[in-house]
Write a protein that binds this ligand. Structure first.
Ligand code: SF4
Length: 66
């Protein structure tokens, strides 16, 4: 099962644009239950605003500006 936010997550667009590595998708978004460990997922679940360039491991990717 993939992350519940999979289809609407900004990560999909960044992948298509080649701005983030697809290893994030393999490691988190589509990996059985590991999406629960994603910082984006956890903040989303709590309704806490977070920037689009926040990566699943909690680091900010400054090279992504939007
Ligand atoms: S980056 Fe996080 S919130 Fe977005 S789809 Fe992947 S696991 Fe879900």
């Amino acid at each position: 099962m993939s992350c519940p936010w999979y289809s609407i997550c900004p990560s999909r667009r960044f992948e298509r644009e080649g701005r983030i590595d697809r290893s994030w998708k393999r490691g988190y978004c589509r990996t059985m239950d590991n999406w629960r460990n994603c910082q984006r997922y956890q903040l989303e679940e709590k309704g806490i605003p977070h920037p689009d360039n926040l990566l699943p491991d909690g680091k900010i990717d400054e090279s992504i500006r939007e």
